[in-house]
Design a protein around this ligand. Sequence first.
Ligand SMILES: NC(=O)c1ccc[n+]([C@@H]2O[C@H](COP(=O)([O-])OP(=O)(O)OC[C@H]3O[C@@H](n4cnc5c(N)ncnc54)[C@H](O)[C@@H]3O)[C@@H](O)[C@H]2O)c1
Length: 325
Amino acid sequence: MAKETYLVTGAMGCIGAWVLRHLTDRGARVIATDLATDPVRPRLLMSEEEIAAITWHVLDVTDTRAVVDTVSAEGVTRIIHLAGLQIPFCRANPPLGAAVNVTGTVNIFEAARASGVTGLAYASSLAALGPPDVYDTWPLPDSAGPDPHTLYGVYKVANEGTARIYATDWGVGSIGLRPYVVYGVARDQGVSADCAKAILAAAAGNAFHIRFSGEIALQHASDVAEIFIGCADAQVTGARVCNLRNDVITVADFTALLNDRYPDARITCEKDTALPFPANLAGDGLADLLGTVPHTPLDDAIEKDVAMYRKLLGEGKLTLDQLSD
Ligand SMILES: NC(=O)c1ccc[n+]([C@@H]2O[C@H](COP(=O)([O-])OP(=O)(O)OC[C@H]3O[C@@H](n4cnc5c(N)ncnc54)[C@H](O)[C@@H]3O)[C@@H](O)[C@H]2O)c1
């Protein structure tokens, strides 16, 4: 069988960098694309040689022609679509948020349709859902209706609708994934990045305050990357959308875990400021698709992250600047 060619959008982002890490480990042919040109996050996870071995394209996902042409010219057979602007950036510039998150995703589906790509996984978000009090079935199934309360969430719901119509009208199969709080090395922007930053602070013995509380579902970026790859490889027909579960924990317990394990850590969290999303999510949809859902237990993942952060800090490859963003 011919070797697959993976196109990754948003490859300079946190999840994108981890996708590159795993695809490189598998010896896959990778076309890494992003608007950004400096591989700041991939460099935290990969050597310069590994980064240089990847084919890079500066690709703006809002540019229909460029997206369609790149997928065609590179003989892409799998797409992992991660390019997007997170909640604060969509709020700051709604038209740009819509251009990148909505039009950009339409362009990816258009490219998949034009080139007959059969494996497409794209990033939706748990922000497509409403606050816990609008639901009454727990754990919450993937079929629970969307009820976004942010423009970012509205745009992600538009992505899921786009996927549905491309499947029914043109037979383009896809899996939309709804991560919640992604943490791990290279997670450095967006409010929910506070959990990753708390681990960085614990590794460095710094104080850090997490700006929210309540129950969350934590997913390690390495696992999320493997889930995206597995979903692109699943080559489904139809449009599937899956929530991600992995570790469900309160922010207070997460904070206590860090402070107990790392005596120098001084991690605190806000009180009575829960994120407006459900955490008790059923993970069975994804398990049906993948068999086993990649999941590094929280304790192990924190230990690995702390070791990586300490190494990167020691080598001068990472600073603590992000803790004050
Ligand atoms: N990190 C999370 O907790 C989380 C949770 C739910 C959903 N998601 C979604 O997963 C995806 C990846 O998340 P992440 O944490 O890696 O995000 P990130 O912010 O770290 O990376 C996003 C990347 O998209 C790129 N980008 C922005 N505009 C672009 C454009 N016009 N063309 C091409 N690239 C562009 C950025 O340069 C950046 O490298 C996003 O779509 C995000 O909405 C993330």
